[in-house]
Structures are given as structure tokens and as C-alpha cells.
Design a protein around this ligand. Structure first.
Ligand code: NAD
Length: 257
């Protein structure tokens, strides 16, 4: 059990990629705190996981990553319940090009809020026990997603923020490793929003959607979660982004300044 004794927090854990990450972490021995806004679904996921992995291995806390207060309260409750935090997956995300303030607040500011709050507890320089922070970006964090410019901007922001935090951690000795994952299309609710936008964006419509997904392949949430688990190994370097497509997996090490 690679993650025995570790405590992990996963945002956006009620469904899709976040739920699969939570299951994989539990399967490998970690205790997991699920943060999400979808209370009924997340509560039922928590019940199932506690049944499967043992009572008190999983805790759900309602938390909107768009709110500083709620993030702070959720991390505080995690410390009170499990005694520390070793792994944070800032994963919650949305795709709403019309409500772009909401998209920025959840996708980018949510990652920044989650990271800074986690660091208050993890930073070895200030008495924490160190750890790993993994932020969910997207291929749209590396390549242009022309049908979703705001979503693309947030995901480029997640990659840039993760790189900067990794460089700061190396320079200052926080004892925290920062990595980003950049998955291609994954079979979740969010993908249907994405493909419908892609269809509307181009006169090629559905044909373009078909070409896009044929070129990259469609991942399952569990495949992404297995890649996240790979990032838990000590061989992973601080600051790498992992590009995950069905047909290949590539570690992207950005040049340092
Ligand atoms: P999903 O819609 O299946 O799940 C998203 C989860 O986040 C839901 O449980 C939802 O309730 C939760 N959530 C939404 N807003 C929240 C908020 N304000 N606070 C807390 N939780 C909130 O989507 P998914 O595909 O699993 O997406 C997860 C992450 O993966 C996102 O960051 C997304 O951008 C990224 N991603 C998805 C794909 C894809 O093709 N599905 C590809 C690359 C990256």
C-alpha cells in the first residue's frame, strides 16, 4: 500500500476525474477528503467508499473552491479529523464561456486558493510535514483550445502557477512538490459540454469533434487517476507537467529560468 498513512484532499471529487482520483488514492492506502459543491452525489459517493475501504477512510465536506472561507474551513476540518495533509489534488473545474468570471474563479483562482491554503499546513519551513500538490490543467493548458478561450486561459494559468510554485519551492525549501496534469479528452460530463462547443464553433461541426477525439483518443477517468498515482512516486521531479493522451503519456519538464 504505497500511500499508507497519507492524508489526501481532492476537490471536485463527487464525479468524473476527481472521483476516480479519490478511489485510486483510497485503493492505495490513503485517507481521502472529498470536497465538492454537489452535496447529494458526494455524500452517496462517501458512503460507498467508506463501505468499500473501511469506516472513516473517507470524509465529504461541502466546499465551493470559489470561496476562500469555505476552502480554509475545509482544510482546517481535515487537519482536525485526520491530523495532517500530505497530498492535495486541486481538480475541480468547469467550462462556461459565458460566465467567464465563474470559470476563472473555479478553474484558476480555485487552484490558487487550494494551493496557498494547503501550504499553510504543509510548508516544512513553517512546521508542516511537506507533501505533494497536483493541479488538474488540461491539454488546453499547453495548446490553444480555440473554441474555449476562457477555459484555455484558466488552464494555461494553472500550468504557469504550478511551474512558478515549483520553482519557488525548489529555491526556498518548502518541502512541497508541485505538478500539473494535462489530460486530453476524458469521458465525463464536462467533455459533453466541450464537444458541443467545438461542434458549434466550426462549420465542420460534429465532423471536427470526431476528428479531434479520433486523433487524441478518449481517456476514462480511471486512466487519468492511474497517471496521478504515478506522480506520487519519489522519482517524479518538482515542476513537471504530465500530458496524458490515450495514445501516449509525456512528462513535460519546463526549462528553468
Ligand atoms: P466533471 O464535470 O465530471 O466533474 C467536476 C466536479 O467538480 C463535479 O463533481 C462538480 O460538482 C465539481 N465542482 C464544480 N464546481 C465546483 C466548485 N466551485 N467547487 C467544488 N467542486 C466543484 O468534470 P471532469 O471532467 O471530471 O473535470 C475535472 C477536472 O479535469 C476539471 O478541472 C477539468 O477542467 C479537467 N479536465 C477535464 C477533461 C475532460 O475531457 N473531461 C480534460 C482535461 C481536463
Amino acid at each position: 500500500m504505497a500511500l499508507n498513512g497519507k492524508v489526501a484532499v481532492v476537490t471536485g471529487a463527487a464525479m468524473g476525474i476527481g472521483k476516480a482520483i479519490a478511489e485510486t488514492l483510497l485503493h492505495n492506502g490513503a485517507k481521502v477528503v472529498l470536497l465538492d459543491v454537489n452535496e447529494p452525489v458526494a455524500k452517496s459517493v462517501m458512503k460507498d467508499l467508506n463501505k468499500q475501504y473501511g469506516q472513516d477512510t473517507t470524509l465529504f465536506l461541502r466546499c465551493d473552491v470559489g470561496s476562500d472561507e469555505q476552502i480554509k474551513a475545509a482544510f482546517q476540518k481535515t487537519i482536525e479529523t485526520f491530523g495532517g495533509i500530505d497530498i492535495v489534488c486541486n481538480n475541480a473545474g468547469t467550462l462556461d464561456e459565458n460566465d467567464w468570471e465563474k470559470t476563472v474563479s473555479i478553474n484558476l483562482l480555485g487552484v490558487i486558493r487550494g494551493t496557498y491554503t494547503a501550504m499553510e499546513h504543509m510548508n516544512k519551513l513553517t512546521g508542516g510535514r511537506g507533501g505533494v500538490i497536483i493541479n488538474t490543467a488540461s491539454t488546453a493548458g499547453i495548446f490553444p483550445g480555440e473554441s474555449c478561450p476562457v477555459y484555455t486561459a484558466t488552464k494555461h494559468g494553472v500550468v504557469g502557477f504550478t511551474r512558478a510554485m515549483a520553482a519557488a519551492s525548489t529555491a526556498s525549501g518548502y518541502g512541497i512538490r508541485f505538478n500539473a496534469i494535462c489530460p486530453g479528452p476524458v469521458q465525463t460530463q464536462l467533455l459533453s459540454i466541450c464537444t458541443s462547443r467545438l461542434g458549434q464553433f466550426s462549420h465542420l461541426g460534429e465532423k471536427l469533434v470526431g476528428q479531434f477525439t479520433e486523433a487524441t483518443g478518449i481517456l476514462t477517468p480511471s486512466e487519468v487517476a492511474e497517471s496521478v498515482l504515478e506522480l506520487m512516486t519519489d522519482e517524479t521531479k518538482n515542476g513537471e507537467a504530465l500530458l496524458i493522451l490515450q495514445k501516449e503519456k509525456t512528462y513535460i519538464t519546463f526549462p528553468s529560468m
